[in-house]
Each structure stands twice: as C-alpha cells, then as structure tokens.
Design a protein around this ligand. Structure first.
Ligand code: CP
Length: 296
C-alpha cells in the first residue's frame, strides 16, 4: 500500500488487513518502529480528530512527524503545491498526509513523479473522500457487530457534501450492509445505486442497527439553509432515537443541530468518542503499511 487515496482502490482483504493490524495495535501485541521515516501533515482545511490522531499514531510507531503550516509557507509567495512537495521530498520527507478542499488534488499528486519517492495519505479531499475516517468507522462497527452482512446503517443529514458518508457507503457496501440515507432532498446528493433514500425519520429508523449523523457542511453550501426545518424533521433526539441504536458521528458535532445535546449524554453516544479513539489504532495501521511499502 504505497498510497491511501480512496476506498475504491482497496479490496475487502486490504480492509481486513488494516482492521486486523489496528486490532493488534490496540491490544498491544504489535509494536512498530519507523525511526527512519519522516512524515508531514499538510492540512489546508481545519481538523481536530484526523490531524491529532495521525500525530498520535505516528508517535506510537516511532515515525518522525512534521506539521507543514500553509499560512507561513512559501505557497504564499506563489509556489506551486507540486513544487512545494517536491522540495519536501528533497529535504527527506517520505510521506504526506494531505487534507484539501480540492476533490482531485491528492489523486493527481499521487500520480506525479517526484524527486524522491513519496507516499500520500488522503486525510479528506473536498466533498468526495475521507478514506481513513471510513476505515475507522468500519473498525468501530466491526468490533461491535463482528458480522456486518445485512446489518442496516442509516446516514442522516448532509450526505451531498459529506466525504465521510461517500467513503463509508463505498466501504460498507463491500461488506454487504444495507445502506440508507435520511435527508431533505437538497442534502441527498446524487443517488447512489444500492442505497435507499428517505425523507421520513420514523420510516428510515425502523430496523436500523446503526445511525450515523452527519454535520451540515456550512462551509461548502452557498444557498440558504432552513435550520428550523432541518431540526424539526431530521434532528436526532431522545424521543426518536431507537433504544438499541448504535449512534455514530464522525465529528465535529454541531450540538442541537444534527443531534440534540442531551442525546450526547446517552450510552448510545459513547460510540462517537470511541470513533475518535479507534482513529489512532487505524491510523497506526495505515501509516505502518504505507511506510513499510517504502521499506522504512
Ligand atoms: N471526522 C473528522 O474528519 O474530524 P476532523 O475534521 O476534526 O479531523
């Protein structure tokens, strides 16, 4: 695994390999030492979970981590991002963890030839892909349910602008899950084959094993958003959340918009922080495999 760009390029065996390796890291039965590896985070969009858990993961496998700060870099003097990364390879960087609003940038970069070999890990590209989030969500779900076949997950909210939902749908479809979307029509996005779409919360939640709420991506939406309509019809509350539902959210949560605040105190919502915790083990596994592909 030289790069991790999207879920489409992973087989189910690849995904299980990442899952198993993450399990071993969590149990403490695998130790890795990548002391000769140099990894840069390049985040052009805000992040808490992804960036910090990659940093934690790199520390735990003894890789050297560097934070590229776009605002103080020579990108501000007009340098092209390809030239910037090419110089990072010359300095000795072996991998870049990239988050960018451009849907295609990380894919395009992974297909370029650089001064020295370099791996790319997609930490979120536009509204298209967030593969490491989908892998940690898979890890969280599989640890709980073991067999995912015919389990039903409902994504609630702004699927149209959610890279998390899109990567999750591709991944969970590979494992035979039933996929539902509950959202107002303007948040449903282009309909995906094999996914059932709902505008009625009770209908969508009936028979759902997992409910994954999504943040409304205000930064990607130009049009007026009717929050009152959304809250009245799609907000997850104590009253409408099925008793046994496994409640997930990739974060950040906008309290009292997609989920009512008091729901976050329920046992169901502990999953949300478990997702963040599991992100460390899954990102350890991803970094471990990517760095090993370069013999580091
Ligand atoms: N889920 C997720 O990507 O969170 P951050 O934006 O905080 O990294």
């Amino acid at each position: 695994m030289k790069h991790l760009i999207n879920i489409e390029s992973l087989t189910t065996d690849d995904i299980i390999q990442i899952y198993n390796r993450a399990c071993e890291f969590e149990k403490g039965i695998r130790k890795s030492n990548h002391i000769n590896a140099h990894v840069a985070t390049m985040f052009f969009e805000n992040s808490t979970r992804t960036k910090m858990s990659f940093e934690m993961a790199a520390n735990k496998i003894h890789a050297n981590m560097y934070d590229f700060c776009a605002n103080t870099s020579s990108l501000n003097k007009g340098e092209d991002i390809f030239d910037t990364i090419n110089n990072l390879t010359a300095i000795g960087m072996n991998a870049v963890i990239l988050r960018h609003s451009d849907d295609l940038l990380v894919n395009n970069l992974a297909n370029r030839r650089f001064y020295q070999e370099i791996s790319f890990i997609n930490a979120g590209s536009g509204a298209t892909a967030h593969p490491t989030q989908a892998l940690l969500d898979f890890y969280t779900i599989k640890k709980h349910f073991l067999d995912l076949n015919q389990k039903t997950i409902t994504f609630v909210g702004d699927v149209a602008h959610s890279r998390v939902a899109k990567s999750n749908i591709v991944l969970l479809k590979k494992f035979g899950m039933n996929l539902r979307v509950l959202a107002p029509e303007n948040f449903q996005g282009a309909h995906i084959e094999g996914v059932k779409y709902y505008t009625s919360l009770p209908e969508a939640f009936e028979g759902s094993d997992i409910i994954m709420a999504l943040r409304i991506q205000r930064e990607r939406i130009q049009e007026y958003i009717d929050f009152d309509y959304y809250i009245n019809n799609f907000q997850i509350t104590k009253e409408n959340l099925p008793y046994a539902a496994f409640l997930m959210h990739p974060g950040p949560v906008n309290r009292d918009i997609e989920i009512r605040s008091d729901v976050l105190e329920l046992q169901n919502a502990r999953t949300i922080l478990n997702q963040a915790k599991n992100g460390v083990y899954v990102r350890m596994a991803i970094l471990d495999l990517v760095l090993a592909s370069q013999g580091l």
